[in-house]
Design a binder for this molecule. Structure first.
Ligand SMILES: CC(C)(COP(=O)(O)OP(=O)(O)OC[C@H]1O[C@@H](n2cnc3c(N)ncnc32)[C@H](O)[C@@H]1OP(=O)(O)O)[C@@H](O)C(=O)NCCC(=O)NCCS
Length: 317
């Protein structure tokens, strides 16, 4: 077995890397949300100024049998690396996963990183080998969230009449950017990450613009924001991604600013976003920490059900 770096300029190699990752992850996780090939193509072919990415592959007899990605944050959290390792079912328990991990750790160390983090998600009905593997390479759990799914349409969630919803697709228009940036940065401060010690990224206009531009190449980006009718102040937003061509969406941030809490704006914003989706989008994924009681209740009331448990784990190098 050989561990190689993917040549990101080779389209067939990119296709094989993505295909093996997809098949390996799906083998144990029927509800997994994976990166679409189109979104992977954007990551692999247009480098980000904030994250350096490398893709590794384990090759046996000329065939790729396992993969790992390595992400090195460049702007904040420069002591951390991120990875995910995946091995095809027919090639497991033979040391492929461990060899990929060793290659990841070597590269992370060489880049001056002190710890490697990753997400290990397991199905609730039939947990696969992910957590045993993580423990075997010395990973410790720092945080966990539930992965939930809802079939559309969801239950109704009326909007408090003191507010109106401003919906958009794609880039945030100039007149709303300052308010949107304030909410995005509040979200980054509020979101719980358990015992994970991470610096919070601060979004400014330029960083928001570059992230919008990259995301729009892979996703239909939908934002619903609540604006108080009396003074025009924005009280919250909800962000949803639909991969191009997919029949599912993926619920990202939902934030209600502190002085606007208690009006059930979170549920109303999500419901508006889902109601505006094309008919062929049938399913929404989301993640919530079980300790975030307010959001967990909001989600289950809308019809979300827990299908997987996602652990954020970390290895100290
Ligand atoms: C987890 C995964 C990458 C392991 O790949 P692998 O090639 O089978 O791993 P290895 O053979 O190198 O195993 C290394 C150690 O992990 C542990 N391990 C792996 N699979 C295990 C299982 N099914 N049960 C118990 N322990 C297991 C063992 O300690 C093993 O060492 P050993 O075989 O000497 O006992 C593979 O099962 C997979 O792709 N799963 C789906 C994706 C995933 O969960 N990735 C982990 C998140 S990053």
């Amino acid at each position: 077995m050989q561990i190689e770096e993917l040549d990101p300029t080779d389209p067939a190699a990119r296709r094989a890397w993505h295909d093996v990752t997809e098949r390996s992850v799906r083998a144990d996780r029927p509800h997994a949300l994976t990166t679409t090939f189109e979104a992977f193509e954007v990551l692999a072919t247009s480098p980000s100024e904030h994250v350096a990415r490398t893709w590794l592959q384990a090759v046996v007899g000329g065939e790729v049998v396992g993969t790992a990605d390595l992400e090195l944050p460049l702007t904040e959290n420069t002591d951390v690396a991120w990875t995910e390792v995946a091995v095809l079912p027919g090639h497991r328990r033979g040391g492929v996963g461990r060899a990929l991990w060793v290659a990841v750790a070597e590269r992370a160390r060489a880049a001056g990183r002190r710890r490697v983090g990753g997400e290990v998600t397991v199905d609730l009905e039939a947990p696969g080998p992910g957590l045993d593997f993580a423990a075997a390479v010395g990973a410790v759990e720092k945080h966990h969230e539930d992965h939930l799914l809802a079939d559309l349409p969801v239950a109704a969630a009326p909007l408090d009449p003191a507010y109106e919803v401003v919906s958009r697709r794609g880039r945030c228009p100039d007149e709303h950017r300052a308010a949107y940036l304030a909410m995005r940065n509040q979200m980054n401060l509020d979101v719980s990450s358990g015992e994970l010690e991470l610096e919070v990224a601060v979004l400014d206009d330029a960083r928001l613009a570059s992230s919008e531009e990259r995301l729009m190449r892979s996703y239909d980006v939908r934002v619903a924001a609540a604006r108080r009718r009396s003074d025009g102040v924005f009280g919250g937003y909800s962000l949803l991604f639909v991969p191009h061509g997919a029949d599912y969406g993926w619920q990202d941030d939902t934030l209600v600013m502190p002085e606007h809490r208690g009006h059930r704006l979170g549920a109303a914003l999500k419901a508006v976003n889902y109601a505006c989706l094309p008919d062929d989008v049938r399913l929404v994924h989301t993640w919530t920490a079980p300790t975030n009681a307010a959001m967990h209740r909001t989600n289950t009331a809308l019809g979300f059900r827990v299908v997987e448990r996602m652990a954020e784990v970390e290895v100290t190098l």
